[in-house]
Structures are given as C-alpha cells and as structure tokens.
Design a protein around this ligand. Structure first.
Ligand code: NAD
Ligand code: UD1
Length: 352
C-alpha cells in the first residue's frame, strides 16, 4: 500500500515514517521543507533500512499534488503538513490560514479527483481551548484563542462537512497532546528553528548549554507546584497511533475524532527534574510571568483511542527525557552543521 505523508520530513512525520516502513507500507513524503531538513529522511531510511520516495512541493500547489497522484496509486494520506507556531500565527494569520486551511482544501480536492478518500489529519489538543475540567474527552466543547488553533478547528469542521457531502471519505482526526522525545537511536528528533516555543526543546537546549536558563512561565497556577501541567506524549507512541489509525481506517463509517495522549499530567518543574535525572545535567531556571494564552492544566482521557484503535501510550516520562537528551546531545545543532553560541538571555521575556 502507498501512503502519502505530507509534512513527512518534519518532527512527527519523520518518526511516523519509520513505523510505516517497518509495517511494510510504501512511503511517499511530500514536503516543502519550510520547517524541515532533507537529512531527516536520509536518517529515517537508515533506521528502517528501506527507501522513501521524497517529493519536494507545496500542498497549496495542485499541480505538485497531481503529479504524485498521477504517478502512484495512493491508498491513504497522513496529513502533517502545516505551520504550528502559536505566536507566529498571531503575527501572520493569513499565512497560517493559507498554509493550513487552503493547503488542506487543495490536498482534499486533489485526493478526490484521483479517487483517494482516506485521510488521517494532525489536529491538536489546542482545539479544546480552556477546558472546564480534566481529563479531556473528545466530546468536550471546542474553541480556539489564536489563528493556529482556529486553523485546526476549521479544518476539523471542513473535513466533517466533506464526509457529510460524500460518506465514501474515511477521515480520522487525531488530537495530539504534547509530543516530546525522539527515536531511541538518537539520530532523529525535534529540530526547531530559532528559539523553541515549546518546553521540551527549550529544556534540552538549556541542558546542552545552548541556552543559559529556562524561563518557567508562571508558578501561581492552581496545580500541585504552581507551574503548568501538560500531557507529554512520546513521539514514537504518537507515531504508533497513526499506524493504528491507518490499519482501522477502512472500517470506519463516520469521522473519527481521537485524543492521543497518555492521560497523565506533569508540571514544568516535574519535567525539569525528570530531564536533569535523565541527562545528568543541571537545567537552571528562572520564574517568569505567565505566557499569554496559557492554561493551568491540560491532559487527555485517552480511553477512546484504546477502545477504537487498540492503542495506548507505553513510554514513560523517563524514556521521553532520555530519548530527547540522546538526540539533543548527539546533535546539539539539530540537523545543521554550524556551531551556535550560548544565548545568555531569553528574548521571549522582558528582562528590564
Ligand atoms: P513540523 O513543522 O516539524 O512538520 C511539519 C512539516 O510540514 C514540515 O516538514 C514542513 O516543512 C512541512 N510543511 C509546512 N507547510 C507545508 C506546505 N504548505 N506544503 C508542504 N509541506 C509543508 O511539525 P510537527 O511538530 O511534526 O507537526 C506536524 C503536524 O502536527 C502539524 O500539522 C502540527 O500542527 C500538528 N501538531 C503538532 C504538535 C506539536 O507539538 N509538535 C501538536 C499538535 C499538533
Ligand atoms: C503549545 C501551544 C499549543 C500547541 C502546543 C504544541 C501555546 C499557548 N500553546 O502548547 O497551541 O498545540 O504547544 O505545539 O503556545 N513553558 C515554560 N517555559 C518555556 C516553554 C513552555 O514554562 O520556555 C511552559 C508553558 O507555560 C506550559 C508548558 O511549559 O505550561 C508546556 O508549554 P508548551 O510546550 O509550549 O506547550 P503548550 O503550552 O501545552
């Protein structure tokens, strides 16, 4: 079976490609490399010992997609491609709506035109906005507080409408909680450009000496130690969720919306401690003001994924930190070759 993986060179896509290859699928990665390196694919091929067809192109360009669908009989699409930085989405909303929403429309049009109607879409726990309680179930009310989150919400709605218009579509919406960690080989992992927005890459870069300290955004939340609580999930568990979704997709007769999380919540300071233990490195931190738009607690009820997909996360917080550290310490500059100095200040925080 041929699986088209949009955004397959990125963080979650590259890890998923390994499991797809291992499961015997023919993998075609389609990526514009706006936030990825070609090196990630080379390393995935090495890990899996199998080749990947890589096509450079943009999901917003119909002719790029048509070429693939004309050349291969694609059985299903896993759609990772998109932009994902919340702060940037506030500054560049049209770019986000264009990439994420317009891109998904063009992709679905190309799929339908070529008789491919099976899609697994990367949604996010961000669609729950500020949940009234935890753990979060799939039927909780939805909302969004920024263009990135709205793009995910709109795409979910759009895909539901598509199914109503034509029930031949097989659609799985996977709502990820907080993906962290890396493949156990330490050869692929998350490689954020510039200053990481997310906690784990920031901690890892601090431990490796690229950043002087971590800013902890708020210590006065209503949580066990005052810092924000999240459901961190190992990226290989997440990858496995996609393979399980593909295995089941043909049997679904409705749009499936599924949380992928562990069901456990860890605070920022829990993560710092776990990372220090896993890496043997000190992670200096300073308490900073709350980050706008952050919520106190967010973790999944993952029981539906277990029931429907037979999937559950198996990797511990220790493995998440150890695997992140292996990737970070082996590749202090990610996939790039250049040496980057230590940043003494966190430019995201006002130091005056
Ligand atoms: P990533 O940026 O590493 O991967 C996205 C990939 O898509 C990149 O390789 C990028 O080059 C490619 N891309 C972007 N725009 C494209 C376009 N127009 N045409 C073709 N390729 C394009 O991000 P990721 O962390 O791997 O996330 C994958 C998906 O999961 C995204 O849709 C993201 O919104 C979603 N998601 C991520 C997280 C997270 O914390 N990482 C959480 C929830 C949801
Ligand atoms: C963020 C996004 C969310 C997106 C998700 C995955 C925001 C407001 N939300 O979620 O939409 O789906 O990433 O990409 O950006 N923290 C620090 N210091 C840091 C970084 C983070 O203390 O340098 C804290 C945060 O306040 C939070 C926790 O760590 O409590 C996790 O933050 P992060 O990794 O950015 O994920 P989310 O905020 O859950």
């Amino acid at each position: 079976m041929h699986i088209l993986v949009t955004g397959g060179a990125g963080y979650i896509g590259s890890h998923t490609c390994i499991l797809l290859l291992e499961a015997g699928y023919e993998v075609i990665v389609f990526d514009n490399f706006s936030n990825a390196s070609k090196e990630s694919i080379k390393r995935v091929e090495k890990i899996a010992g199998k080749p990947i067809t890589v096509i450079e192109g943009d999901i917003r360009h119909r002719e790029d997609l048509d070429k693939i669908f004309d050349a291969y009989k694609i059985d299903a699409v896993i759609h990772f491609a998109g932009l994902k930085a919340v702060g940037e989405s506030v500054e560049e909303p049209l770019n986000y709506y264009d990439n994420n929403i317009h891109g998904t429309i063009v992709l679905c049009e190309a799929m339908a035109a070529h008789g491919c109607r099976s899609i697994v879409f990367s949604s996010s726990a961000t669609v729950y906005g500020e949940p009234h309680t935890t753990p979060i179930k799939e039927d909780f009310p939805l909302s969004a507080t920024n263009p990135y989150g709205r793009s995910k919400l709109f795409i979910e709605e759009m895909l539901r409408d598509l199914y109503i218009s034509d029930p031949a579509w097989k659609i799985v919406l996977l709502r990820y909680f907080n993906p962290v960690g890396a493949h156990i080989s330490g050869t692929i992992g998350e490689d954020p450009h510039g200053i990481p927005n997310n906690l784990m890459p920031f901690i890892a870069q601090t431990a490796v000496g690229k950043r002087a300290f971590l800013s902890v955004f708020g210590d006065d939340y209503d949580t066990h130690d005052g810092t924000g609580v999240r459901d961190y999930i190992h990226v290989m568990d997440l990858a496995d969720g996609h393979v399980k979704a593909l295995e089941k997709i043909e049997s679904f007769n409705e749009v499936m919306t599924i949380n992928l999380g562990t069901g456990k919540g860890y605070s920022v300071l829990d993560m710092v401690k776990a990372f220090e233990k896993a890496s043997g490195k000190h992670v200096p931190y300073k308490i900073a003001p709350r980050r706008a738009g952050d919520i106190a607690k967010c973790f999944a009820d993952p029981s539906y994924a277990k029931k429907i997909l037979g999937w559950e996360a198996t990797r511990s917080i220790k493995e998440m930190c150890e695997d992140s550290w292996r990737w970070q310490s082996n590749n202090p500059n990610g996939y790039a070759e250049e040496i980057v100095g230590v940043a003494e200040k966190d430019p995201r925080v006002n130091h005056s």
